[in-house]
Design a protein around this ligand. Structure first.
Ligand code: 26W
Length: 840
């Protein structure tokens, strides 16, 4: 029966259409959550989206159709959520991050939509093994490491906790490079993650923003008021791509909006017709380079102009987008702090501060002081590092050329700030120079961390020790000048991806013991403490770990051709390659064990069988880091092939460590290596994932290790090494690494073996730079902590010999690590910084 509807009068195109058709006015509902409903939706997407029949479909067709189907189920919630957020007008969070290390999306979306079983059955009914499709998903590697993954965990928690929020970032065409090893050396290949399609994104070219660069500023009189305006030299279009961020079982879907650069003007036909084809498209490629590739550095900024272009591009687009699409046209900007907090994920987005000032003063005509008062309430800054070299500084030359108006605004912010400092502390020139946002050495440049601190309502570190060192060592003058501005929010990880999805065996064991509530209330894990005393539960727990080990060895066999030895302790170190993280200390432990056997001083049979698993990318320009990767592979190939070792030691270094591999390695680990020099690792988040997976930690009192040890208890943590104050004291006293070499025979044997060329075919020069760096520089005191580390490893061996006690300790680690949920971190941000309560 034809559906009744009467024709409507013509409304302006942009206005929402006033529909009459019953289907058009009905709320958007997802397809039926049934196997039949799913099969129908899947076949529709295969036939009408992919344009293929099941019989002629390719695996990628089937994967894309599956993805389209899952997103169709989430779409209704997404649309409803956007409508609700527009309606409720509650204060929300805009999370500004240059990186999001999202990982694969399919399983997380299936989980959020409670569709995993239905989809598995529906695919089977179509003769498809859903696991084959899972493997096809390319993870969006839009980040380097900790900072990027934290952003991904945070937006997952914001959605699951129903906090109005939008993640803003960059849609890099090429993510973090693909790592392969050639003769043990890292080779980088471009990460063309979009090639086979990207089903989880929704482009919205109609919501593109025009972003200016270069040009000049001019002063003008506006009815007696001196005003400035910026006249950009060139522009580029920022096209938004929306990604769903589904909450876990709460029916909510937040948005991640990533910007892609498109040339404002298409190629220049006139130049083209004149025959200069390259010139015709030069402007285009130049513009589109902005979102071409992620910078693979995760600690030392290269100060490249394109990097600054990337930063300004996405923050300007994000601010314009928020002001235009989240606020009603008549919204009074004086109330902006009641509607939004822009969280700066490190200094990378801090150019957002002068951009908001430019918009409020130059475009909205607001008075400077009023605009500044608003700006200071709308931003907050999270610092993620302690390494001085990781703090970004942009030269005033480059800033003045690329963003002339922003430089003017930064100068004025600094002038007024220093005037206030003078007001408070008098003419203390040293202090003024130390606190000035503008540094004169090594070249006149803007200290972005200082700008973020001056502008931010709050500044936080990412672990207790880190926040304490920020206040006492990195920004002490600012802590004194801004009492109450500095706070701490210890990092966290999402239990949905890193426990529920990555470790289903453990998840169902926990649910069996405690019920399902832990997935959104991780502190409930505390309930497992009692079960640690139950031998039956311990047996089940140990079986889960054993099964995760078998699963990992299957993955490493198919992925990298590795045969993981049975019955070995899995000793795992996975994180970016950086000297402060001290992968070299781990290498010295392995070489020490190997040297003992190879020299005959230690019987192989007396060595606890261990498989050492490394995962680590080095920034392409970080030469020493790449040398250390080469050494790890070289040591591995010698140890793995040496019959004297009798298979007691195995070194595996699967290339291209990423989120997907982490989800397989971490649940299988027995020992978690968190061995950075105290005072260098801001927090760490891998350490939390390992503890939540029942791995025991061997670590220094650095970053969040301190809080892990405090919560799991000294008996369930292998602590070693100097504390941060001891490091400072040794540094102050004058650290001579060769003294430790001379004084410690085991250390000398290990270093001498490396120096001998034993791992480089007798060629002493190959690893000489590493050896001499250790003996004569050793900035991160590997040699100073060696003895304590080796002693701790001996304690690990002793503890591992009693499997039942180890399992008990492992259960206690899980039980006492609920604090490290990113939900708890978000609750702390809401309470201490954002004041953006969930909108239920
Ligand atoms: C500009 C170059 C650059 C790029 C990225 C400098 C610094 C970064 C990041 C801040 C580095 C990073 O990922 N830091 C890590 O952040 C994690 C999340 O807070 C912490 O857990 C790690 O300890 C910290 O190293």
């Amino acid at each position: 029966m034809p559906l009744e509807h009467t024709p409507t009068t013509a409304a302006p195109a942009s206005a929402a259409p006033v529909a009459t058709h019953p289907l058009a006015v009905a709320p958007v509902t997802g397809p039926p959550s049934s196997v039949d409903g799913f099969v129908r939706e899947f076949l529709n997407n295969l036939n009408y989206e992919q344009g293929v029949a099941l019989s002629s479909s390719s695996p990628n067709d089937r994967y894309l159709a599956l993805a389209y189907t899952v997103r169709d189920y989430l779409m209704a919630r997404w649309l409803e959520d956007q409508r609700r957020q527009r309606e409720v007008q509650a204060k929300g969070v805009c999370y500004l991050s240059a990186e999001y290390l999202l990982g694969r999306q399919l399983d997380n979306n299936l989980l959020a939509a409670r569709l995993t079983d239905i989809a598995t059955e529906a695919m089977a009914a179509c003769g498809i093994d859903i696991d084959d499709l899972r493997q096809l998903e390319v993870e969006p590697g839009l980040g380097n490491g900790g900072l990027g993954r934290l952003a991904a965990c945070f937006i997952d928690s914001l959605a699951t906790m129903s906090v109005p929020s939008t993640g803003y970032g960059l849609r890099y065409e090429y993510g973090i490079f693909r790592q392969t090893f050639v003769d043990g050396e890292q080779i980088e290949q471009p990460d063309a993650w979009l090639t086979l399609g990207s089903p989880w994104e929704f482009p919205h070219p109609e919501a593109a923003q025009t972003i200016g660069f270069g040009g000049y500023t001019e002063k003008y009189d506006d009815e007696g008021v001196a005003r400035s305006r910026w006249v950009p030299g060139w522009t580029v279009q920022a096209v938004p791509y929306n990604y769903m961020v589904p909450g876990y079982h709460n029916g909510r879907v937040n948005t991640l909006r990533l910007w892609s650069a498109v040339a404002s003007s298409a190629f220049d036909l006139r130049i083209f017709n004149a025959g200069d084809y390259a010139e015709a498209v030069r402007a285009q490629t130049f513009a589109e380079n902005i979102s071409k590739v992620l910078y693979p550095e995760d600690s030392t900024p290269q100060g490249k102009e394109l990097r600054l272009q990337q930063q300004y591009f996405f923050v300007a687009a994000s601010i314009h987008d928020f002001l235009e699409h989240s606020l009603s046209p008549d919204f009074d900007l004086a109330n902006l702090p009641d509607r939004v907090i822009f969280q700066l994920n490190d200094t990378h987005p801090v150019i957002a501060v002068p951009e908001l000032m430019r918009v409020l003063v130059d475009e909205k005509g607001m008075k400077w002081d009023a605009a500044w008062a608003i700006t200071q309430q709308c931003f907050a800054y999270t610092c993620h590092t302690l390494l001085p070299e990781a703090l970004e500084m942009w030269s005033v030359d480059l800033l003045g050329r690329l963003l002339p108006r922003h430089l003017e605004i930064i100068y004025r912010i600094n002038d007024e700030f220093l005037a206030a400092v003078r007001e408070r502390f008098g003419d203390d020139e040293m202090r003024i120079r130390n606190m000035s946002i503008i540094a004169d050495f090594p070249e006149r440049s803007v200290r972005m961390a200082f700008l973020a601190t001056v502008a931010g309502a709050k500044v936080n570190g990412v672990a207790e020790l880190h926040s304490q060192l920020l206040r006492e060592k990195v920004l002490p003058d600012f802590d004194e000048f801004y009492p109450g501005k500095f706070t701490n929010v210890t990092n966290g990880v999402t239990p949905r991806r890193f426990v529920r999805l990555a470790n289903p065996g453990l998840a169902s064991l926990i649910t069996e013991a405690l019920g399902a509530g832990w997935t959104v209330d991780l502190e409930r894990l505390r309930g497992l403490e009692a079960f640690a005393e139950d031998p039956e539960f311990r047996a089940k727990f140990a079986e889960v770990k054993a099964a995760n080990k078998r699963r990992l060895s299957d993955v490493l066999r198919t992925r990298d051709g590795f045969e993981v030895s049975d019955g070995h302790m899995l000793d795992v170190m996975v994180k970016r390659l950086h000297e402060y993280k001290r992968q070299m200390l781990k290498v010295l432990h392995i070489v020490t064990l190997y040297e003992g056997i190879a020299s005959g001083r230690v019987a192989a049979a007396d060595v606890q069988p261990r498989t050492f698993i490394f995962g680590a990318k080095a920034a392409p320009g970080y030469v020493m880091a790449k040398r250390i990767i080469h050494l790890i592979n070289a040591v591995g190939s010698v140890v793995n092939a040496d019959p004297r070792v009798e298979g007691r030691l195995q070194v595996l270094f699967p290339p291209n460590y990423n989120v997907t591999l982490a989800e397989r390695v971490i649940p299988a680990a027995d020992l978690s290596e968190q061995i950075s020099l105290a005072g260098k690792e801001a927090s760490g988040t891998g350490n939390m994932k390992f503890a939540l997976s029942g791995a025991l930690t061997i670590g220094t009192d650095d970053g969040a290790n301190v809080e892990i040890r405090q919560l799991v208890g000294d008996d369930n943590f292998f602590l070693f090494g100097m504390t941060e104050p001891e490091v400072e004291a040794l540094w102050a006293k004058g650290y001579k690494p060769s003294d430790f070499y001379q004084a410690d025979e085991g250390l000398r044997r290990a270093i001498d073996l490396i120096a001998s060329g034993a791992f480089s075919g007798g060629d002493r020069s190959t690893f000489e730079p590493i050896v001499s760096n250790l003996l004569y520089d050793d900035r991160f005191m590997v040699l100073a902590d060696y003895a304590s580390y080796i002693a701790a490893q001996a304690r690990v061996d002793a503890a591992y010999a009693d499997q039942d006690a180890w399992t008990r300790s492992s259960i206690l680690n899980v039980a006492r690590s609920g604090f490290f949920s990113s939900d708890r971190s978000i609750r702390d941000y809401i309470d201490r910084i954002w004041h953006t309560p969930p909108v239920l």
